[in-house]
Design a protein around this ligand. Structure first.
Ligand SMILES: Cc1cc2nc3c(=O)[nH]c(=O)nc-3n(C[C@H](O)[C@H](O)[C@H](O)COP(=O)(O)OP(=O)(O)OC[C@H]3O[C@@H](n4cnc5c(N)ncnc54)[C@H](O)[C@@H]3O)c2cc1C
Length: 232
């Protein structure tokens, strides 16, 4: 499995030393309770799947966020989950239009391409796949998104109109029309024929990534066909 970033002392040090530049928030949206989308003007090019480090002021160590906008979009956007006891996200959630934030240039190796692939995400882990979709990489993709409640499927209208039946929403906490009732890992277990030629991109919590990786290995997917981005 190719892990694009391993969170260790070296990476923490790397993130803390990244040069940050001041940007102005253009807009902040509450997508559902505790989940926000933050927008800035896009001042740098990036590759779909990359992340930026963000901080609200230089006293708080920056945290990483996947870019969820497309490479040609005017705004650069990130999607984040509020951790009420976290250091940074309570401050991000307080931002409003015109506030300054500190942001790095985009980096990272969890990169999309034009080849057929599976994009598998839990929660806010859908962010890099939205960026890839909006950057013209949707062809030949199957998208699996897991969430607890029916309002966890951020951007579902965009994904539905782009992928149709190749967009599967797995909802563990409630029944709703059009949603598979159960965990994403359960849905993956039920799939009999997974292509060994395609790449499987996994993005989200360590728990989800490790569970899905094990299921894929059990189903004889070569390890070098599994790419992951873990949100620590
Ligand atoms: C490559 C990458 C991409 C990411 N992309 C995204 C993204 O697109 N969207 C997103 O929402 N998040 C993303 N993350 C996660 C993000 O970087 C932050 O970790 C997250 O937003 C929490 O930040 P925070 O400062 O609010 O919380 P933190 O202060 O980091 O705390 C997070 C949680 O850990 C607990 N905690 C902190 N320290 C300890 C400790 N010593 N022992 C036990 N528990 C502790 C806190 O109580 C809290 O619940 C990404 C992470 C990585 C590595």
């Amino acid at each position: 499995m190719r892990n694009t970033l391993i969170m260790d002392a070296g990476l923490v040090d790397f993130i803390e030393k990244l040069p940050l530049s001041k940007q102005i928030v253009t807009h902040i949206e509450l997508l559902r309770k505790g989940v926000y989308m933050l927008h800035f003007l896009r001042t740098a090019d990036f590759l779909p799947g990359q992340v930026v480090a963000i901080s609200t002021d230089l006293s708080v160590p920056p945290r990483l966020y996947s870019i969820c906008s497309g490479e040609q979009d005017e705004k650069l956007s990130v999607l984040f989950n509020l951790k009420s006891d976290g250091l940074l996200t309570p401050k991000l959630a307080q931002l409003s239009q015109g506030d300054p934030v500190w942001i790095s240039t985009p980096f990272g190796a969890f990169l999309g391409d034009d080849q057929p692939a599976w994009w598998i995400a839990a929660g806010t882990g859908i962010a890099p796949f939205r960026s890839m979709m909006r950057s013209g990489m949707a062809n030949g993709k199957t998208v699996i998104h897991g969430g607890r409640s029916a309002d966890s499927f951020y951007f579902q209208n965009e994904f539905l109109s782009t992928f149709g039946e190749n967009y599967i929403r797995c909802c563990s906490g409630e029944h709703a029309e059009g949603l598979y009732h159960g965990r994403l890992t359960q849905w993956m277990q039920e799939q009999d024929r997974l292509s060994k030629d395609q790449t499987y991109y996994l993005c989200g919590s360590a728990e989800m990534v490790v569970e899905v990786r094990d299921i894929l290995i059990e189903k004889e997917i070569p390890i070098d066909k599994i790419m992951s981005e873990i949100y620590f």
